[in-house]
Design a protein around this ligand. Structure first.
Ligand SMILES: Nc1ncnc2c1ncn2[C@@H]1O[C@H](COP(=O)(O)OP(=O)(O)OP(=O)(O)O)[C@@H](O)[C@H]1O
Ligand SMILES: [Mg+2]
Length: 237
């Protein structure tokens, strides 16, 4: 059974923009998949379907064997750790600590365990010193790291990251890659324009164009296929 099965998903934004046009994608447990595609190809729209923030007009989304429905969304959100492209969509508490504490508190963990998890997650992104800072005063790169920490408090089965390296300085980007490489049991689906990160971290690459999968295969055969990449507005690593 796949961790993630998307079948023939179509989605249109309220203004009529058709963002996903019958998209099908399966991801097995503990795979590391890079999702690449030009601006507007539908990457973020697709990722927002994986925990029910956006709902397909037709087709189906199945996580860990469970079809995504109104009833299953709470269960599915416990399995899928989704980090938004824009960290301002993720961070809404006055204090960094409370943003990172949100998921373990929501799951009803005792406050001493919440504290341990927050400290651990902040440590993973080298942001221990930021617990008492005001989230919306942080720089973009700092916010990106805190946004990642918010999903690292829970051991989610799938990590779904939308442009995780955008805005990071070289040291933070390198430690992000090292951190993600250390997650050997989780399934990773990472949308990115950082082809070198994709090549280093992932074993499989999926190319989107105009809301459809146009290539899917081993990283070496997709990301390094110059003609294919250029045809879809991309470059080789
Ligand atoms: N809220 C919205 N309302 C209307 N159209 C939208 C909205 N969000 C995205 N779109 C459109 O849907 C399409 C897919 O956008 P999406 O954000 O999924 O692309 P993307 O592949 O993530 O791009 P990027 O690389 O720039 O992050 C685009 O044509 C975009 O203009
Ligand atoms: Mg996007």
């Amino acid at each position: 059974m796949n961790d993630l099965d998307i079948r023939e998903v179509k989605f249109q934004y309220p203004d009529g923009q058709q963002a996903l046009r019958g998209l099908t994608l399966g991801v097995a447990h503990s795979e590391r998949v890079a999702l690449v595609g030009a601006n507007g190809s539908g990457k973020s729209t697709l990722l927002l379907h994986l925990n029910g923030i956006l709902r397909a007009a037709s087709g189906s989304v199945t996580i860990n064997g469970v079809p995504l429905t109104d009833q299953s969304i709470p269960q599915i959100r416990a399995w899928v750790g989704l980090v938004f492209q824009n960290p301002d969509d993720q961070l809404f508490s006055p204090r960094v600590y409370d943003d990172v504490a949100f998921a373990p508190r929501y799951r009803g963990l005792p406050e001493n365990e919440v504290r341990d998890r927050v400290q651990h997650a902040l440590g993973l992104v080298s942001m221990e010193a930021y617990a008492d800072r005001i989230s919306h005063h942080l720089s973009i790169g700092e916010k990106k790291r805190i946004a990642l920490a918010t999903v690292l408090t829970m051991d989610t089965r799938l990590l779904v990251l939308d442009e995780p390296s955008a805005g990071l300085d070289p040291r933070a980007r390198r430690s992000l890659i090292t951190l993600l490489q250390s997650f050997t049991k989780q399934t990773l689906l990472i949308s990115t324009h950082d082809m070198r990160l994709a090549a280093e971290l992932c074993t499989r690459a999926v190319v989107l164009d105009a809301g459809q999968v146009v290539a899917d295969g081993a990283v070496e055969s997709v990301l390094y296929a110059r003609e294919l990449m250029e045809r879809h507005g991309l470059e080789t690593p």
